[in-house]
Design a protein around this ligand. Structure first.
Ligand code: ZN
Length: 484
């Protein structure tokens, strides 16, 4: 029998807030010495009281709105009880039956097919402390405890590992556009849990037994663990076995999942309302004010670049893939308006030469020395006929390496295009004299050889000749020879 995977993802994203979720400690703990971003609240001292971080709530609602979620009028925080040393209070403040948002969706582009992935809920909780296991001892760093953590729970709508990958990438892209999370997996700002079950292909029923894989700390781990788990379950079912409902971990070194514990049900966590926090009343005015802050999101931006500026779907896609690149492009287009450089030409430079150089040198857009105003200056030089396209690429490379202005490079290196008719006529005459065979071929009717001769002139001028003018002079001279 053939099976298809049914995959759901839970994505945890740390929010970029100044302070932690329920206390005034700084949430920017990266690189800080252990246990320095702590206070009685996030250390879980008896008698300390939590206070809700308004920015975290607004960031979660903003994200939920970007996912087209409904925002109920009331939300509630609950205690999720379980025993693990990374939990300072013995429970985590999370949201159970009244989350901040429900019923949204995200669109992914699976090889040209747009697929809708349901977002069941987006809620808010607090991150846990971090454990380090060293030489038989376990050390704890509480800096991470209490950092606002947004949980985005998808519906089990993904049918392949590729779709799960695309969905995770889309989430991260949107979170970065919104500026609510860095999505930086190397720093643990984004983590995944995957639910996986198999069903006979063509069936619409959901399997009652699903396997949950926890602690997937990178996209790569999520993809590998999901692939592994699908293969494991397929083998099991095909051998006539059954899949047990369980919670598994992912062993990066062995590249295999392992059983952690049989799956808890929600009642195992003994959720109950957090008595120290009021129920949140989410007024429609508040939601409207947050909605007004929604920026242009990647899909909208991509559509706009295609519609307004005639960019190809591919170019618009690569430019909007990362917010930093989209921002860089926007600023460049803005600067181009005053310099007569159009958005499409700028897109060609960005997706062509700029991306090529960034790839060659393995650099991110943040490290690029060319300022947004500098590309339009280069385009203007090409438009004015001062630079040929070929020479412009050389100038661009130099700009990339040094961050200097195009005009300064052109002047210093004498790269301006030769549009002096007299000077070019001399070069053309020399090239024709040196190439009797192609000239003879042309005169015998093989007009295509004119192209070769133009190429020779361009070579002789190191690409600096104005190609249109060279073409014109070559044809005129050859025609004159024909008549003579
Ligand atoms: Zn604190």
């Amino acid at each position: 029998m053939e099976y298809e995977p049914v995959i759901g993802l839970e994505v945890h994203a740390q929010l970029l807030t100044r302070s932690k979720m329920f206390c005034a400690c700084s949430a920017d703990y990266a690189g800080a010495p252990p246990n320095t971003h702590v206070c009685p609240v996030c250390l879980g001292m008896p008698g300390s009281l939590p206070v809700i971080n308004q920015t975290a709530v607004e960031s979660t609602i903003l994200t939920a709105l970007a996912f087209h979620c409904e925002i109920p009028e009331f939300a509630k925080f609950d205690r999720k009880n379980y025993h693990y040393p990374d939990l300072m209070k013995g429970y985590q403040i999370s949201q159970y039956d009244l989350p901040l948002s429900v019923n949204g969706f995200v669109l992914i582009d699976d090889a040209g097919t747009i697929k809708r992935i349901g977002v069941r809920r987006v809620h808010l909780e607090e991150d846990t402390a971090k454990l380090f296991h060293v030489d038989g001892a376990s050390l704890i760093d509480v800096n991470r405890a209490g950092v606002p953590l947004m949980e985005i729970v998808s519906e089990p709508d993904m049918r392949s590992v590729e779709q799960a990958h695309l969905y995770a990438l889309k989430l991260r892209q949107i979170l970065r556009y919104l500026g609510v999370s860095s999505g930086d997996m190397e720093k643990g700002a984004m983590r995944f849990e995957a639910n996986i079950s198999l069903r006979p292909k063509g069936s619409t029923a959901l399997s009652p037994t699903r396997v949950e894989i926890k602690n997937l700390n990178s996209l790569r781990a999520m993809v590998h663990a999901t692939e592994f788990e699908i293969a494991r379950q397929t083998k099991l079912l095909q051998a006539g076995g059954t899949v047990e409902q369980e919670t598994m971990g992912w062993d990066e070194a062995r590249n295999a999942t392992f059983t952690q514990r049989s799956k808890e049900d929600a009642h195992d966590y003994r959720y109950f309302p957090e008595p120290d926090l009021p129920r949140l009343q989410v007024s429609r005015e508040w939601v409207a004010a947050i909605r007004a802050r929604l920026p242009e999101l990647p899909d909208e931006k991509r559509e706009r670049l295609m519609r307004e500026w005639g960019l190809s779907a591919y170019d618009a896609g690569v430019i909007t893939a990362e917010k930093e690149i989209a921002d860089y492009y926007d600023r460049t287009v803005q600067a181009g308006k005053a310099r007569g450089a159009d958005a499409k030409t700028i897109a060609n430079w960005v997706t062509g030469e700029l991306f090529r150089l960034m790839k060659d040198r393995n650099e991110e857009i943040g490290a690029v020395k060319i300022a947004p105003t500098q590309i339009p200056d280069l385009v203007a030089l090409v438009n004015a006929g001062t630079l040929s396209n070929t020479i412009a690429k050389t100038v661009f490379e130099e700009m990339y390496a040094s961050g200097r202005d195009a005009r300064a490079i052109v002047e210093e290196r004498g790269l301006a295009q030769i549009s002096d008719r007299g000077a070019l006529e001399g070069v053309v005459e020399q090239v024709l004299a040196e190439n009797p065979k192609p000239v003879g071929d042309y005169l015998a009717g093989k007009v295509a050889t004119a192209k070769f001769l133009v190429g020779q002139v361009m070579k002789a001028t190191r690409g600096q000749a104005n190609p249109a003018l060279v073409n014109e002079i070559v044809i005129l001279k050859l025609q004159a020879m024909k008549k003579a």
